[in-house]
Write a new protein. Structure first.
Length: 77
């Protein structure tokens, strides 16, 4: 059971890294926030298409990552 959980955890971790790296940046860092990039942060723009899929996949993979991490630590005992 422990080996299966570790394998799933590694797969989910790699998938989470890939999904996060595929997402577009929301601003140009601090310089973007000072020069008006903060409007995007507080604006009412909804994610659509691929951005929405990547956003939802990030949430699901992050939850899976934490659940698997807790399960691995529980079954390690």
């Amino acid at each position: 059971m422990h080996t299966v959980l570790i394998t799933l955890l590694i797969i989910v971790a790699i998938a989470l890294i890939v999904v996060v790296l595929l997402q577009n940046g929301k601003g140009a860092g601090l310089s973007g926030a000072i020069s008006g990039g903060a409007e995007q942060l507080f604006g009412k723009q909804k994610a659509r298409g691929l951005e929405l899929i990547l956003h939802n996949a990030t949430i699901v993979l992050a939850i899976l990552f934490f659940v698997l991490t807790i399960a691995v630590s529980y079954f390690d005992l």
